[in-house]
Design a binder for this molecule. Structure first.
Ligand code: AMP
Length: 422
């Protein structure tokens, strides 16, 4: 199957061409024919599978083929996402794939002034990508009218549920016409999300890509047993001995993220932290810096990292083994995106042994446990590390054959479209 098999409007086809895509990913191959037909879709897909294009392309195609245009045009497609970062990324995808269309998109999210977003809406927007809180604000102010929305997408629905947004989502759905096409994407389908899907989608077709709970197959997953107070030293060791292009380090709290970053800095590594204490501008700058390669390592908390899509992340380190198994899947999905491969390494202290067991149960397999042979206890490692780093102050892309991981043993009935039926 190629993208030529879909009858995309020419400007949308050109957008796909410019992106350099030739073959649809599995989620695209399964969802696009349905979505382009106007059928409601439940997409059970992790990030990194190409799910964004699976809903953005049908939106663009529909709006190009059924144009309205003009100042004061109505919002006709709405994408709701759990976080600002994801909203920004989806908007970027809309602008990228839609570069040859005349469609206008706007991102609506909290934590920044309302003025610019309000002006954009007033000038006429076809596609709105929004987080729930700010969107509800605008709805109650009458700054946005959702009465003409033909396509509604809920992205990362399980995450919205985790973040307590389901009530808000229902309020938003109530403001959108009943006659519409709805698509819901989620990495997992726990019962509350199934309920939500049942109540807001009409005869949906479910598209499931791979094992529901199997994290991106391209990611090599490992776990390392390590004492809490040796984690930082192990992290430094890992950066020095693995072939790290870009690494994201996840920590449990904002405070810990800052501390890890400072220690990395002090040890001569180029690192930046991203978490929700940072202003939106700071977060965007941090992301851009990481993307541009100014920083080799980004330390992040779960919420801040949601929706981050930086290509070429070779390593994800769970500095703290997440106690919510779903977070594990979201975290490791930051590497091994699209065609790439990646390494995910989880540090497990004695107190976190239960977390590892819960993760293994959730993903349905054992995670290989490894030891780091060259890894010395912190005091010794510090002394050695300082000597080493003097000869390579940035610590960038060092490759050493010895001291790498040592594998442990044996651990191992299509409907007519819903829109336009009014
Ligand atoms: P997503 O799961 O939507 O976050 O997409 C993950 C990554 O895959 C993004 O960087 C996309 O640019 C890329 N991607 C999406 N569709 C394709 C495709 N058909 N071929 C190659 N890369 C793609």
């Amino acid at each position: 199957m190629t993208f030529d098999d879909f009858d995309f409007a020419p400007p949308v086809r050109r957008g796909v061409e410019d992106a350099g895509y030739t073959t649809p990913t599995p989620v695209q191959a399964a969802a696009l024919p349905l979505a382009l037909d106007g059928v409601d879709v439940v997409g059970v897909a992790q990030t990194g599978t190409g799910k964004t294009a699976a809903f953005v392309l049908p939106i663009l195609d529909y709006l190009v083929k059924e144009p309205t245009g003009g100042k004061g045009r109505a919002v006709r497609a709405l994408v709701v996402t759990p976080t600002r970062e994801l909203a920004i990324q989806v908007t970027e995808a809309v602008r990228q794939y839609g570069a040859h269309t005349k469609l206008k998109a706007a991102t609506i999210y909290g934590g920044v002034g309302k003025g610019k977003q309000r002006t954009a809406l007033r000038n006429g927007i076809d596609i709105v990508v929004a987080t729930p809180g700010r969107l509800l604000d605008f709805l109650s102010e009458g700054a946005i009218d959702l009465g003409f929305v033909d396509i509604l997408v809920l992205d990362e629905a399980d995450r919205m549920f985790d973040m307590g947004f389901v009530k808000d989502v229902r309020k938003i759905v109530a403001a959108v016409p009943e006659q519409r096409q709805t698509m819901l994407f989620s990495a997992t389908m726990p019962p509350p999300i199934q309920d939500l899907a049942r109540s807001i989608l009409y005869k949906p077709q479910t598209v499931e890509v791979g094992e529901r709970r199997d994290p991106a197959a391209t990611v090599t997953q490992r776990a390392v047993r390590v004492a809490q107070d040796e984690k930082q030293a192990l992290l430094h060791h890992l950066i020095e001995t693995e072939d790290v292009d870009r690494m994201i380090v996840f920590s449990r709290t904002k405070y810990r993220a800052d501390r890890i970053r400072k220690k990395l800095d002090r040890a001569g590594f180029s690192a930046i932290a991203i978490h929700s204490n940072r202003s939106q501008g700071q977060r965007q700058r941090a992301l851009k810096g990481f993307e541009a390669g100014d920083f080799q390592i980004m330390v992040a908390t779960d919420i801040a990292a949601r929706g981050i899509d930086v290509p070429g992340v070779s390593h994800v380190v769970n500095f703290d083994a997440p106690n919510v198994p779903e977070d594990y899947i979201h975290r490791i999905g930051r590497t091994g995106r699209a065609e790439a491969t990646g390494d995910a390494i989880t540090f497990v202290s004695a107190e976190e042994a239960d977390n590892l067991r819960a993760i293994e149960k959730h993903v349905g397999k054992r995670i290989e446990e490894v030891r780091y042979d060259g890894f010395e206890p912190p005091k010794l490692a510090d002394a050695m590390g300082q000597a080493q780093r003097r000869s390579n102050p940035k610590g960038h892309r060092q490759r050493q054959k010895s001291g790498g991981p040592v594998r442990g043993k044996g651990q191992g009935g299509r409907d007519r479209g819903h829109r336009g039926q009014r």
